[in-house]
Write a protein that binds this ligand. Structure first.
Ligand SMILES: [Fe+2]
Ligand SMILES: [Fe+2]
Length: 144
């Protein structure tokens, strides 16, 4: 995958260009990419609502812990873009809560798939653009 792609490819592959070299955060991002692919697969294979919902919840969970790890790291290394980045995490958190509430109220399979794709799109876009900005800054201030 080219991490410069603006649009999200259907299947995402982890590659070293996405690595921050920070094991905790890389592990979140790797887990997240694997879960996104598993969600796609569940949709493609029509595994049913229960399975799609289960996989979506797993993504939301790993995203929440990723946001917390990043916030801690921004603080630790004095990232100047921290507040802007954290606002984007908060925005996504709100969007994910809304989606989750909608699912809990009950929805059709079509709505569930649409919600799953929206979550995927939003999180991958964030990873490729916002997390990338942090990565570039981090690498420029911490040359290997
Ligand atoms: Fe992230
Ligand atoms: Fe982030």
């Amino acid at each position: 995958m080219s991490s410069k792609n603006k649009s999200s490819p259907w299947r995402v592959e982890w590659d070293e260009s996405l690595s921050l070299g920070v094991p905790e955060i890389d592990a979140d991002h790797q887990r997240f990419i694997r879960l996104v692919n598993e969600l796609n697969q569940a949709i493609v294979d029509r595994l049913g609502m229960e399975e799609i919902e289960k996989r979506m919840h797993a993504i939301l969970k790993v995203a929440t812990s990723d946001f917390a790890h990043e916030a801690a790291m921004f603080k630790q290394c004095g990232y100047p873009g921290a507040s802007e980045h954290s606002q984007k995490h908060a925005q996504m958190g709100r969007a994910m809560n809304e989606i989750q509430e909608r699912l809990e109220r009950g929805c059709t399979e079509y709505e569930l798939i649409e919600a799953g794709l929206a979550v995927k799109e939003m999180l991958i876009d964030h990873l490729l653009n916002e997390d990338r900005k942090f990565l570039d800054w981090y690498r420029s201030t911490n040359p290997v």
